[in-house]
Each structure stands twice: as C-alpha cells, then as structure tokens.
Write a protein that binds this ligand. Structure first.
Ligand SMILES: [Zn+2]
Length: 110
C-alpha cells in the first residue's frame, strides 16, 4: 500500500491525498488529512541527495553503453544531458516522495 502511494504521489501519512498540485508544485498540506508536508525549513534538502542517487543510477548505465559502443565524448555528455533533462520532473517528484515516505516510516506523525 505504501509503495503504491509512493509511486502514485500520495500522502505519506494517509496514503490518499495528492502531494503534487502540478508538474513542479506541491500542495503545502495534504488535501485529505491536512498534514503539513514541509515539517521544517530545509526539510527537502535530503531529497536533493536522493535525486543525486537517482540521477547517478540513470546516468551510469548510459555511460557504460557509450563506453562499450566506443562513442565520442560528446555522446556521453549529450545523451546524459538529454536523459536527465527529460526525466527531471520525475526525478524531482520521486526524490521528494521517497524522502517523504522514508521520513514518515522512521519518524511517524502523531
Ligand atoms: Zn494525507
């Protein structure tokens, strides 16, 4: 259930309310249970690191493919810039969702 809520961008507390109001914009509070998503200032800094991990996990296979194919250097850079730019909305959203759900698991709200 929690995994579905994470994948479907649902609230980490009630697992029902939508977290995002648009492609890049989050609701401040859950529309169903009313919890405030940003617990404190700088709360989402940890999601930046999760975003780095996701981006690296996406970039490394592409780099390996370029290496195996003996592609020119600009292919390494160009293909990664293209991939990560196109997927940046998903990387942004899932890094925040993973952080919200991990935080709720280890430090549940009352
Ligand atoms: Zn909720």
């Amino acid at each position: 259930m929690r995994l579905y809520a994470l994948l479907a961008f649902r609230c980490p507390h009630c697992l029902q309310g939508k977290v995002f109001a648009g492609l890049w914009r989050m609701h401040a509070e859950c529309p169903v249970c009313g919890i405030h998503f940003e617990r404190e200032e700088g709360y989402f800094m940890m999601s930046v690191f999760i975003g780095y991990v996701i981006s690296t996990a996406l970039a490394v296979p592409l780099i390996v493919v370029c290496y195996v194919q003996r592609a020119p250097v600009w292919w390494y850079v160009g293909s990664n810039v293209l991939l990560l730019t196109l997927l940046s909305p998903l990387i942004f959203r899932y890094s925040r969702m993973i952080w919200l759900h991990l935080d709720e698991l280890f430090d549940p709200r009352g």
